[in-house]
Write a protein that binds this ligand. Structure first.
Ligand SMILES: [Mg+2]
Length: 356
């Protein structure tokens, strides 16, 4: 199966931000082959990601066999090595890798989930991510809604707007009110989004958060502060999560070797695609650490998540990702709905234009 055309593009969607850091900064790629089969993948990096695919990755792909994916992955990684390794070059490569996996499944007339050995399909519990803002009525209302819909866990994002020591009382009060609202049996997580820098303050705050029974505190520090993470993670009884901003299995291997997190959250559309995600899951097993992927309910992540044991938990997806399955669901569970590959076709891409 020879690759004959490589077309990266930004799917048009209502309200899609043009900034490459924004949601629709996610990019798609279509790979055409001499068999007539087409593979689709999603990555990141926006306009810059499109440029990487157009100018560098295309040269690794046109006129070559779509297999073995693992060798093509290493060739693409080598081609971007001087400026790549982490960040948008790997985000762009993730799209190509996923498109190759889409082709691998389609060429065997099966789904990616079936390729990974998930039989029969499992319905997975989802947790709902909710952004905190000044309007407590809104986000506390959203938490109530999620619990009423059967979600077994909720995550509050936006803690990074506050300071871990100056605002510690406010943070503790806020999370305590959320805990009271949902009761003791629903999981509660909080996301800082890499905004805190004071390691001692974070350690102090984690001690105060113990009584709230958080399932995890996510990305309290910038992704590169591995010393800080190692200190916080070894000191904190509250599990520390992170990794959505780490890249490749090599990157995750270093995080695990340093004991940076208790829970690892690779994003398959950013970390290097499914080829890397599978290796990250393998590393997690060897190191006896948990994985809970970023945006795990989306179509690209779900096939692999279904193979993770024990207790896979899927994060609710971006609303606009509903066009490829997964995404925000009225139900608190999600399952892979693809009948071929990842389940993406031209019609679902077309439907993206109507979603905001
Ligand atoms: Mg996060």
């Amino acid at each position: 199966m020879i690759i004959t055309a490589v077309t990266p593009f930004m799917p048009a969607a209502a309200r899609g931000p043009s900034d490459w850091r924004g949601w629709m900064g996610q990019i798609c790629v279509r790979l055409e082959t001499d068999t007539g089969l087409m593979g689709y993948g999603m990555g990141g990096g926006g306009e810059a990601g499109l440029h990487v695919i157009d100018t560098v990755l295309r040269q690794c792909l046109i006129g070559v066999d779509a297999e073995p994916i693992e060798e093509l992955w290493e060739q693409m990684y080598a081609a971007t090595l001087p400026f790549g390794r982490k960040g948008l070059a790997i985000m762009a490569q993730s799209a190509v890798d996923l498109a190759l996996w889409d082709l691998r499944a389609k060429s065997q007339a099966t789904t990616v989930a079936a390729l990974l050995g998930d039989e029969p399909k499992r319905r997975l519990p989802m947790y709902r991510t909710i952004s905190k803002d000044a309007d407590a009525t809104r986000w506390l209302g959203e938490i109530e809604e999620a619990v009423a819909a059967g979600y077994t866990a909720v995550k509050i994002g936006g803690l990074g707007q506050m300071h871990p020591s100056h605002d510690a009382d406010t943070i503790v009060a806020m999370l305590t009110s959320a805990r009271r609202l949902i009761g003791p049996d629903v999981g509660l997580m909080a996301d800082v989004g890499m905004r805190w820098h004071d390691v001692d303050a974070v350690i102090g705050l984690c001690q105060r958060l113990e009584e709230i029974d958080l399932s995890w505190l996510e990305e309290p520090l910038p992704a590169d502060d591995l010393d800080g993470y190692a200190r916080v993670t070894s000191a904190s009884a509250v599990p520390i999560a992170g990794g959505e901003h780490e890249f490749t299995a090599r990157g995750f291997a270093e995080l695990m070797a340093r004991g940076a997190h208790h829970i690892y959250q690779p994003d398959v559309c950013w970390c290097g695609g499914l080829t890397q995600l599978l290796e990250i899951y393998r590393l997690a097993q060897v190191n006896h650490v948990r994985v809970c992927p970023h945006r795990g309910s989306e179509a690209w992540s779900l096939p692999a998540l279904q193979t993770v044991d024990p207790q896979p938990l899927a994060e609710s997806g971006r609303p606009w990702m509903a066009w490829v399955g997964g995404g925000r669901s009225p139900s608190a569970q999600v399952e892979a709905t693809a009948t071929l590959g990842f389940g993406v076709d031209e019609r679902s891409l077309e439907a993206a234009r109507d979603l905001g």
